[in-house]
Design a protein around this ligand. Structure first.
Ligand code: HEM
Length: 459
């Protein structure tokens, strides 16, 4: 009887196929990359923003935890999560909150730490609404993609979900169009490359005479200034360069060096931030903070001339290996009124500043909201392109292993066929062997459940 031996062979082949599949799965590199830094831009809904600050709700909108507004839209930051380049699937969370308050407190809603689940060209936006994670909107838009280690989706349309509608007290129905969502994230390949990157540099501990280095200065200039520059009127933007970093709601000037002794300090930082737009062309560079008995002045090169920009009162406290003054209120200096074309007056409130001076090698500087790279402007340097193959290029190893498996499979199948031929010759002679191929195709689908209990047992 040819059936029992054939079933045996079928099972053996199925086993080999399963082994091959398992090995193939193992051979494909683990593909979820780590998202590390990036931003999510979402204005919630334009008409809601107008309603909030208009005559009906008479409320206000405040942002926090590093959220900035760019062109009226809220910019959340410091992406964390995962991106799988093989399937084009992202699961990324951003940081920050926006608070809507109106009707004398009857309306009091905070949207915080939004996250996206995005696959291909659609997904879901989640938001913590007064502390509860809520699926807020269904997203659909361009396919997720990117280059140079950055993924991005711009302008995904967002429609309100039923649970999201509750956040608006039912004033919008499920399916209502919300503002579009855009997000970016820097991604780090899943397989960690041997890295020589040292931990956060702390360039110098203070010398005996109070000389310090490696300090940072965080200052956002003024929130309404940034809103004006990026808003409808100036329709502009800013660019941090020369050692300055853009944290969205603040700028970080780096490499601060100088003296800090007793309550007095003088620290010179590097970096520039250039604001440009309709009627706007202002560059602030290389700020210096000087303080005596706690009274401080922040000066900078403004369009090539050093002027006093802001005044503040702060001593540096020693804490966690840092000399630090955090979120110190500042006011505009008289000398800087002209720089802002007279829109603000001397003494007007500007953004708070933070100064941090590392005293020990392992001191941790305050975290800067991490907006990630700009996906439009980045292209790989030739050396990067050489070092890291493009995501859609496949490593030769990925094909070498399956090829080897196929050879193995073919060899095994041949061996089985030869053994069977010998067996058939013994049992039924050459005629039985010749009709074998037809029998095989009709009965050897590995996943098909067997209804031939007797024969199964025979194995
Ligand atoms: C004292 C309680 C409230 C009163 C008297 C009130 C009143 C109103 C009125 C009159 C409108 C219509 C505005 C227009 O058509 O221009 C409106 C719209 C709206 N209200 Fe309220 N409201 C209250 C509480 C709330 C609360 C708790 C929420 C929750 C977030 C809320 C969310 C909204 C929304 C989303 C709209 C639509 C805004 C738009 O896109 O035009 N309201 N409300």
């Amino acid at each position: 009887m040819p059936y029992a031996p054939r079933r045996h062979r079928v099972a053996a082949l199925a086993c080999l196929v399963a082994m091959a599949a398992a090995l193939l799965a193992w051979a494909v590199p683990a593909s979820a990359d780590e998202a590390d830094g990036g931003r999510l831009d979402w204005g919630v809904k334009e008409s809601f923003r107008s309603y909030m600050t208009g005559p009906i709700a008479q409320g206000e909108i405040t942002t926090g935890d590093g959220v900035s507004t760019v062109g009226g839209v809220y910019r959340f930051h410091s992406a964390t999560g995962e991106y799988d380049p093989d399937s084009g699937t992202a699961s990324i969370t951003y940081t920050g909150w926006v608070h809507f308050w109106g009707h004398d407190g009857e309306l009091d809603v905070t949207f915080a730490n939004p996250s996206i689940e995005y696959s291909g060209s659609s997904g879901t936006l989640y938001v913590y609404v007064n502390g509860t994670r809520t699926d807020m909107a269904s997203l659909s838009g361009p396919a997720i993609g990117g280059q140079s280690g950055t993924v991005a989706v711009e302008g995904a349309s967002a429609t309100l979900t039923a649970s999201g509608a509750q956040a608006f007290a039912g004033f919008y129905e499920a399916g209502a169009a919300l503002d579009p969502v855009g997000f970016t994230a820097d991604v780090i390949a899943a397989e960690p490359e041997p890295s020589s990157a040292a931990p956060e540099p702390s360039e110098a501990a203070p010398s005996e005479d109070g000389e310090v280095a490696g300090a940072i200065l965080d200052w956002g200039v003024r929130a309404s200034w940034r809103d004006y520059v990026s808003g409808d009127i100036a329709a502009g933007s800013w660019r941090a360069a020369d050692g300055a970093q853009d944290g969205g709601a603040l700028f970080r000037f780096t490499d601060g060096a100088g003296e800090a002794a007793g309550g007095d300090y003088e620290l010179t930082f590097v970096g520039s931030v250039a604001f440009t737009g309709e009627g706007v062309d202002l560059t602030i560079a290389d700020p210096v903070v000087t303080a005596e008995d706690g009274r401080g002045v922040l000066s900078a090169e403004v369009d090539g001339e050093r002027i006093d920009l802001a005044e503040f009162e702060a001593e540096l406290d020693e804490r966690d290996g840092l000399l630090i003054a955090e979120d110190v209120p500042t006011t505009l200096s008289e000398a800087a009124v002209e720089a802002f074309s007279g829109y603000y007056q001397g003494g007007d409130e500007m953004d708070p500043l933070t100064i941090a001076v590392p005293l020990t090698a392992d001191a941790e500087l305050p975290a800067l909201p991490d907006l990630g790279s700009d996906p439009e402007t980045e292209s790989p340097s030739p050396s990067e392109a050489e070092a890291a193959p493009a995501e859609d290029e496949t490593s030769p190893l990925v094909w070498a292993v399956p090829a080897a498996l196929l050879v193995l499979l073919a060899a095994a199948a041949t061996a089985i066929a030869i053994r069977r031929r010998k067996a058939d010759r013994t049992e039924t002679g050459e005629a039985a062997f010749e009709k074998e191929p037809a029998d095989q195709t009709s009965s050897t689908t590995p996943s098909e459940p067997s209804d031939e209990g007797e024969n199964t047992k025979e194995q």
